[in-house]
Design a binder for this molecule. Structure first.
Ligand SMILES: [Zn+2]
Length: 123
C-alpha cells in the first residue's frame, strides 16, 4: 500500500466526502426541479394558468437558491484540493472548526463575515 501520497492533507477528508455527497444530492434535486420550471403545460383556463405560473416562480426561486449553494459547495471542494480550505479569504487566519461545522463552505472567518454584513469595508 505505497500509493498513498504522504503530503496529501487528510484533515478535511470527511468534509470533502460530505460536501461531495451534498453536491450530488443537490444536483439530482435540481435536475428534478428543472422539469417543474421548464416543462410547458397546457392549462385549460386562466386560473390554472395563474396557479401554474406561481408554482413555476416558486420553483425558479428555489432553484436559484440551490444553484448558489451548489456554487458554494463546489468552491469549498476546490479549496480543499488547493489547500486553501479552512483559511479566511479575507484576513488569512484559520477559520475555527466550529464555524466550518456550522457552515462547511465558509470562505471567511466570523470576524470578517461580521464586518462584511455590517457594511464596513474589509479590504
Ligand atoms: Zn478573517
Amino acid at each position: 500500500m505505497a500509493a498513498t501520497p504522504k503530503n496529501r492533507n487528510r484533515k478535511y477528508e470527511a468534509v470533502e466526502k460530505m460536501l461531495t455527497e451534498q453536491r450530488d444530492e443537490l444536483s439530482a434535486r435540481m435536475n428534478g426541479r428543472m422539469g417543474e420550471v421548464y416543462i410547458d403545460r397546457e392549462p385549460d383556463d386562466e386560473a390554472a394558468l395563474a396557479t401554474d405560473s406561481v408554482t413555476k416562480d416558486m420553483a425558479a426561486a428555489t432553484l436559484e437558491r440551490e444553484r448558489r449553494t451548489l456554487q458554494e459547495i463546489e468552491g469549498a471542494l476546490k479549496r480543499i484540493k488547493t489547500g486553501e480550505y479552512g483559511v479566511c479569504g479575507s484576513c488569512g487566519e484559520p477559520i475555527p472548526e466550529a464555524r466550518l461545522k456550522a457552515l462547511p463552505w465558509a470562505r471567511v472567518c466570523v470576524g470578517c463575515a461580521e464586518k462584511r454584513s455590517s457594511g464596513l469595508a474589509v479590504d
